[in-house]
Design a protein around this ligand. Structure first.
Ligand code: NDP
Length: 244
């Protein structure tokens, strides 16, 4: 499996993307499918792209996670490449974050990612091959006023990935983090024009990113070219988080 190249049936991997119904996850699923891999994507509402196996799953529910993996295993074989992408925001100033808004962000972004990684790990260990990719955020490294819950969840993914990299490295399983900057999706569509302009002014490349930029980084991390990359945090942020 090499980066940005199509594969044949003998080298196609079983890939699972969480949160593949829209935005970044959808683009990741599309790009792995276009390269010839056997791709499944989870959704809660909405559908998944053509050519991708859709499995309904809320990552906050351990039983649904297990059922989703079983469906993928039956259709495509054990998951070899996991992309933990499902995520939400519930932004507010810290003093106004309710316990509920704290818990639901941590439960989805951090615990949900742990749950899918844990479920994927045993078959990967048996196969002596696996790629686990967590979609974090520049905000997890840089911090962001009004996103204390979200930033905590996203920086937690870094410690988790690096610990998994240490636990499972001897089994030829890599665990890495992609840290997107400001990417145009539904998640960022809620921001005001002024907020977008303020972000843009801080981005050395002077523009917002696209979903394909994130998919390309994931393809690289899943490829043979990245076989010696583990515990890494790859920023895809136009330079927004440089040095963090
Ligand atoms: P979207 O809001 O467009 O998509 C989020 C996806 O996550 C949807 O498919 C949604 O499914 C799924 N999802 C949310 N909650 C759950 C849950 N409990 N169980 C299963 N799936 C769930 O967001 P983006 O595409 O923008 O973001 C994708 C990831 O990238 C997130 O982790 C986000 O934090 C991260 N990110 C995004 C950035 C950006 O600028 N857009 C920047 C940095 C990081 P459904 O709609 O079916 O509920």
């Amino acid at each position: 499996m090499s980066s940005s190249e199509t594969v044949d049936a003998s080298t196609a991997r079983s890939v699972l993307v969480t949160g593949g119904s829209k935005g970044i996850g959808r683009a990741i699923a599309e790009s792995f499918a276009a390269a010839g891999h056997k791709v499944a994507a989870t959704y809660r509402s909405g559908g998944v792209p053509d050519g991708v196996l859709g499995v309904q799953c809320d990552v906050t529910d351990a039983e649904q996670v297990d059922a989703a993996f079983k469906q993928v295993e039956e259709a495509h074989g054990p998951v070899e490449v996991l992309i933990a992408n499902a995520g939400i925001t519930a932004d507010n100033l810290m003093m106004r974050i309710s316990d509920d808004d704290w818990s639901k962000v941590i439960e989805t972004n951090l615990t949900g990612s742990f749950r899918v990684a844990r479920r994927a790990a045993r078959p990967m260990t048996r196969a002596r091959w696996g790629r686990i990719i967590f979609i974090s955020s520049v905000v997890g490294l840089l911090g962001s006023a009004g996103q204390v819950n979200y930033a905590a969840s996203k920086s937690g993914l870094v410690g988790m990935a690096r610990s998994i990299a240490r636990e499972l490295g001897s089994r030829n399983i890599t665990a890495n983090v992609v840290a997107p900057g400001f990417i145009e999706t539904d998640m960022t569509a809620v921001l005001s024009e002024d907020q977008v302009k303020a972000y843009q002014a801080q981005i050395p490349l002077g523009r917002l990113g696209g979903v394909a930029d994130i998919a390309a980084a994931c393809e690289f991390l899943a490829s043979d070219a990245a076989a010696y990359v583990t515990g890494a945090v790859i920023p895809v942020d136009g330079g927004l988080g440089m040095g963090h």
